[in-house]
Design a protein around this ligand. Sequence first.
Ligand code: 13P
Length: 330
Amino acid sequence: MNTCRQIAARTVAPGKGVLAADESITTMSARLVTAGVESTAENRRTYRELLATTPDLAAGVSGIIFCDETLNQRFADGRPFPEAVLALGILPGIKVDTGARDCPGLPGEKITEGLDGLADRLAGYAGMGAAFAKWRAVFRIADDAPTAAGIRANAHALARYAAACQEAGIVPIVEPEVLMDGPHPLQRCAEVTARVHAAVIAELAAFSVDPAGMVLKPNMVIEGTEYPAQSPPEEVATATTDMLRALPDDLAGVAFLSGGQAPERATANLAAMQDHRTPWPLTFSFGRALVEPALFAWAGHPERVADGQAALAHRVTANADAVRRRLQPL
Ligand code: 13P
């Protein structure tokens, strides 16, 4: 088996998921300020070390995604983040896109950038010990969006990123995110997500990306945030797993983003997914749904590090338990 296949299988190992702690400096700064913490490089470093050193984190977390700043920082004991995290039994990953910007020619739509110089950056990250990478494309639902051109442009970039990762021996996490913002019903999210996945699958195949050496990080199929009623977990799980059936059978795994769902709801939806038999594991690669309670429990106070870690451990355990339902007979 090649390296990417081995790492991808480890990333979605039974009963484990990924912790997304790769907020850009701008996003992380805004979140720290909301929690009453000054956004300095040292506070961002301290927060990420708090997350990574949560006792027994490796029992439910296979990998942590970091941003470039964190990957270049060191634990308080002087070890570089990638080395220190690996020593904890956790794979270090790196967000390599440079963000979603307004797409010229497509008003209201975004294109994710970061392809220029990507091969060189990936070689550098591989040398630092990064095992996997992430690239996030975003699609907003509106009456006239996303357009076919917006979907095609982002799918193309995702595939070029994924091919470059596999050439560098780094597992690509491919993240096409259909945003929850808006008043649309669940069915509209299902339609748009299916269109996005069809384009992404076609582009990945065109660029000879090995499905067994990558992880897909999709949104769940869910109603918009302004839709008047919340769909129950069974409905979300059925719509999501139905939509996913178009994916190649040999894909290493599916690791969902949380997308702004309340932490408990994301976990309940993930648990309900496990009642559907799929050819690939269905796990989590949550950001906010894992780390938000931890950030507020810590709130920058050195004496509250253990509280922050306990809050993270609580969410990780709940999600690891959710995916372990799959191991039980139906
Ligand atoms: P959320 O789970 O907060 O959506 O974040 C996941 C992620 O990695 C976004 O790129």
